[in-house]
Design a protein around this ligand. Sequence first.
Ligand code: AP5
Length: 210
Amino acid sequence: MLRVVFLGPPGVGKGTQAARLAAERHLVHLSTGDLLRAAVAAATPLGREADGYMRAGRLVPDDLVQRILAERLAAPEAGNGFVLDGYPRNPAQAARLEAMTPLDAVLLLELPDAVLIERLSGRRVCPTCHAVYHITDRPPRIAGRCDRDGTELVQRPDDRPEAIATRLAVYTEQTAPLRDHYGARGLLRAIPADGSPDQVAARIRASLPG
Ligand code: AP5
């Protein structure tokens, strides 16, 4: 049983590392960004409401995110442990999470802004299977096409320069204070997120109980 939160700025590699850790340890991977993007793609009422906030790079209102997360966290699959990716993102969400479940560790991935901007502007995603690529660091075998299903890769609407700037500012104002929140509870593990995905994964492994 392992209950982990990935914290860190946009583009630091939370999704990449959360998916790896979940697969390695047989945990449920819960990404609020992925859940919200699925709701947007399906044009559900919640997705229609979330879309404008996401395109602009702002946080979706807490109540909407809570609605989408709470039932997944309460599902039996999450009973063996989970990796939360992108939640919580402000002190109010951290308080709600504390009321729902205890945590074993909060992994804070860290990188300078210049590297974050490079990772975000080069990211391309598969709209069919949601695989994530990078035009130089993790290119697909055939340029512009998903390795798994051949779908044409796209850029996320919030990976445009204006939205990236807003996301970085929102992180500094609203999410970065969670460092002290979890530090005070003895849960925080700060992980340098430079180097290859394998190198970052090894640091994460070393920071967690076996
Ligand atoms: P979300 O999808 O959570 O976006 P984010 O936090 O901004 O994070 P990203 O997905 O952009 O980056 P990541 O850290 O996962 O990096 P990745 O692994 O992809 O949220 C999107 C939006 O949804 C928010 O802006 C908000 O509107 C809304 N939202 C979500 N949760 C919410 C909440 N709780 N409350 C309110 N609103 C919420 O990697 C990035 C790139 O770098 C990729 O191309 C990857 O291939 C590459 N890469 C990864 N690792 C490495 C490495 N080691 N070396 C080189 N390249 C690497």
